[in-house]
Ligand binder design. Structure first.
Ligand code: NAD
Length: 489
């Protein structure tokens, strides 16, 4: 058990159970907490990927021929290791991503919950069998695909890899993970702990890097499926490129989540929820509230939101954003909205944290009287900023929500069941909240958006991921030759 984070000075790929040097150039890993360089990461290329794919292919026959019950045993042990090392894993997330301690800990706890779903697979995956004709049985078995890959973003360095790795591996696949090059440290510990849990060499591999390695994954003919989580721009590139080599692909993209607030909503609970949703993880989560659509008279709620937002302290109850560029981008959206006529009620621009002058901080920000044509209303800001758009009634609010190109989450705050029902029916998003600001469906319910927030058929977690990581084998069996029946009888 370890409570202090061990930071390798130079990160290596993890191939066939060992850390292997890439011969490509490296990129600095910077802690957004204070701008310091904490490690370096290789920007791997096709030859590094090929080594990983070969290792995974070699491991595949033995791994896939184990029973499901045997495979999950590793993840029972791994889950215990996550729990035993939660302090260290939490500190790593904070260091590389800039989240607060409690946010980082909640992230690792979610990874534990994801492992719990994976180890319950033998209870879920009871295959279908039916006597389809007299003496003839038809059955469906779910078989793994082979070597598969998972590409992750910077905002959840521990959790997002756990959306895919435990399920894909438990289901019999061998996996190549490509973590975000901005936050590669959590994945290194994941590899070490999976090895400690007894996962055979080659079943799980990591190839670090950026665009070049992602393109190599999409192009590699021996990789059968790719999951991607990141921005919509890259999700589209990955989906098109991976499917052009006839791979399965599910690619989750960015978000612009609308929270519709009605005048009858509980003021205190609503204000707390909206502010927590927009500022949690410094607004850098795909489920964050980005736009509050205030229907009719909601000033009494906005006033409480202002009070709540002012209590949030950068560097204490609010983490950093990921980079200097992110800070500049977020602050620019606020400035441009203000120039276009919006009113900044709480201003998080130019936030500083004592002793961390080189860190990247933006304070919680509320911008009111935003109009749907402004960039801040349409584009993903990905910072602790909420734009308030005013609407005269629920129909207008729904039109505003429906006009967003994204569709990850939407929520409604009201005490009226009829209004809530209307939003559930008409919001164009994959995950809906009623009086919940961050409506993440917990396991076993699957996670995934609509529209430009997801490309591909399946969701990425829960039961839907079983569909994604396996293929059906349909077998018809007859052991009664004396029965002179044809297959239809
Ligand atoms: P990103 O798209 O910049 O990077 C994601 C991954 O793609 C990284 O591993 C990166 O190395 C790689 N990549 C970057 N540019 C590439 C290119 N041109 N070609 C090929 N690969 C490339 O995303 P990010 O900034 O790391 O993460 C933030 C984004 O992820 C936000 O848009 C956020 O909404 C989204 N996100 C979505 C979900 C979801 O469930 N829908 C979850 C988490 C994050």
């Amino acid at each position: 058990m370890s409570t202090t984070a061990t930071i390798p000075t130079s990160i290596k790929n993890f191939i066939n159970g060992s850390f292997e040097q890439s011969h490509n150039e490296t990129s600095n890993v910077i802690s957004p907490l204070d701008g310091s360089v904490i490690s370096s990461v290789p920007m791997s290329g096709y030859s590094d990927l090929d080594l990983a794919v070969n290792a995974a292919q070699k491991a595949y026959p033995a791994w896939s021929s184990k029973t499901l019950k045997e495979r999950v045993q590793i993840f029972f042990r791994y889950r215990q290791l996550l729990e035993a090392n939660i302090e260290e894993l939490t500190k790593l997330v904070t260091l590389e991503n800039g989240k607060t301690y409690s946010e980082a800990k909640a992230e690792v706890e979610k990874s534990i919950e994801l492992c719990e779903f994976a180890v319950s697979m033998p209870q879920i995956l009871t295959n279908e069998v039916q006597e389809v004709s007299s003496g003839v049985e038809c059955r469906i078995d779910r078989k793994p695909l082979g070597v598969v890959a998972s590409i992750s973003p910077f905002n959840f360095p521990n959790m997002v890899p756990h959306w895919t790795v435990p399920n894909a591996i438990v289901l019999g696949n061998c996996m190549i993970l490509k973590p975000s090059e901005i936050v590669p440290l959590s994945a290194v510990r994941m590899a070490e702990l999976l090895k400690e849990a007894g996962l055979p060499d080659g079943v799980f591999n990591i190839v670090h890097g950026g665009k070049e390695i992602v393109e190599a994954i999409c192009d590699h003919l021996d990789i059968k499926a790719v999951s991607f989580v990141g921005s919509t721009k890259v999700a589209k590139i990955v989906y098109k490129r991976a499917t052009s080599t006839l791979k399965r692909c599910v690619a989750l993209g960015g978000a612009k989540n609308h929270l519709i607030v009605l005048p009858d909503a509980n003021p205190e609970m609503t204000a707390n929820n909206v502010v927590a949703s927009m500022s949690g993880c410094a607004g850098q989560r795909c489920m964050a509230a980005a736009v509050m659509v205030g229907v009719d008279k909601v000033d009494h709620i906005v006033e409480r939101m202002i009070k709540e937002a002012k209590k949030i302290i950068p560097g204490d109850t609010l983490g950093s954003v990921i980079s200097k560029e992110a800070k500049e981008r977020i602050e620019n959206y606020i400035t441009e909205a203000e120039k276009a006529g919006a009113k900044v009620l709480v201003d998080g621009r130019n936030a500083t944290v004592k002793g961390k002058d080189e860190g990247f901080y933006v304070g919680a920000t509320i911008v009111d009287y935003v109009t749907p044509d402004m960039d801040i209303a349409k584009e993903e800001v990905f910072g602790p900023v909420i734009s308030i758009i005013r609407a005269k009634d629920l129909d207008e609010a729904l039109t505003i929500e429906n006009n967003s190109g994204y569709g990850n989450a939407a929520a409604v705050f009201t005490q009226n069941g009829g209004f809530a029902r209307k939003v559930i029916e008409r919001a164009s998003a994959g995950m809906i909240g009623v009086n919940i600001g961050v409506p993440v469906p917990r396991e076993p319910f699957p996670f995934g958006g609509w529209n430009d927030s997801k490309f591909g058929v399946c969701d990425i977690t829960g039961k839907s991921s079983i569909e994604f990581w396996t293929q059906n084998k349909k077998t018809s069996v007859k052991w009664n030759p004396e029965a002179r029946t044809n297959w239809m009888s």
